[in-house]
Design a protein around this ligand. Structure first.
Ligand SMILES: [Zn+2]
Length: 287
């Protein structure tokens, strides 16, 4: 604990739930192995724990300005004890038909722009199968979902880094703050503590050769040639909304769980009026 002068140490942290239970609904991409067998790999949205410092992220997209990024409407929800379930909302400016998930959650989807990243952090887990052994994961593919509130600041970061491609970042996330409520209580505010972190320092710029060399091992583990692994995610495919019947089935599943709560961390606001997902609409037309 740091020895602060003046007002002393910060107030104690609020308890946070642990648990690594896998989401029941998530984004996935199909990877065909060298044996010709396709497998679906889960692509997690980047989410840092509040207070995390210097998490290592390599970003891959060719653009700089997030106005050029792919945008998406997403529902995030808890379900039967699992967190961060993600379902892409099919609603667009061009197709405003009611979405079964909007209806069951009674909530508009959250709007984000997307950046592709390789999570270079080394994760170590105890291997449940053999005691004393550790499982090590690195170079996981991630989609970075950036809210409209953070878009401008993140674009400034990317301009400073001369684009997202090959930028290797140390990312930190501030703790949420406590804000007074009208009735004299307090509530937790995540305004300055976004899931993707609020402090992005570009540590190094990888050129194409370095990207390839650094990701070779991760690509082999993942089952893709490094040239493909080092490319941004295929947003049109990864973020394609499920068809209506599947969405109805998911909505029924949510309805069956009385404890299916709103995410405790309020997600982003719904789409800003002027920024409705044109790119998504375009992508949908191209299916
Ligand atoms: Zn929806």
């Amino acid at each position: 604990m740091a020895n602060h002068r003046g007002a002393g140490a910060p107030p104690p942290k609020r308890g946070g739930g642990g648990g690594n239970t896998k989401a029941l609904y998530h984004l996935g991409e199909t990877v065909t192995g060298s044996d010709g067998k396709p497998t679906i790999k889960m692509i997690k949205a980047l989410k840092l724990r509040p207070g995390v410092k210097n998490h290592e992220i390599l970003t891959l997209d060719d653009f700089t300005d997030l106005d050029d990024a792919y945008s998406i409407n997403i529902h995030m929800f808890n379900l039967r004890g699992t967190k961060d379930n993600i379902v892409v909302c099919p609603k667009t400016a061009m197709d405003p038909r009611p979405c079964p998930i909007c209806e069951v959650l009674n909530k508009e989807p959250s709007w984000y722009v997307c950046v592709s990243a390789i999570d270079r952090h080394v994760y170590e887990f105890a291997d449940k199968k053999s005691a004393g052994q550790k499982k090590v994961y690195q170079d996981l593919r991630r989609v970075v979902l950036i809210t409209n509130t953070w878009k401008q600041r993140m674009t400034i970061n990317a301009e400073h880094a001369k684009g997202w491609r090959g930028s290797y970042w140390h990312v930190s996330r501030s703790e949420p703050t406590q804000e007074p409520t009208q009735n004299g209580g307090t509530r937790t505010s995540y305004k300055d503590s976004p899931r993707v972190g609020d402090v992005w320092f570009m540590e190094e710029k990888y050129d194409e050769e370095k990207i390839k060399n650094e990701l070779e091992k991760g690509a082999a583990t993942y089952g893709l040639p490094v040239e493909k692994f080092a490319q941004p995610l295929n947003y049109e495919v990864l973020l394609k909304p499920k068809d209506h019947a599947q969405l109805v089935a998911i909505a029924n599943d949510i309805r069956s769980d009385e404890s299916a709560l709103k995410d405790p961390e309020p997600a982003a606001a719904a789409a800003p009026a002027a920024a409705v997902s044109d790119k998504l609409a375009e992508a949908e037309l191209n299916y």
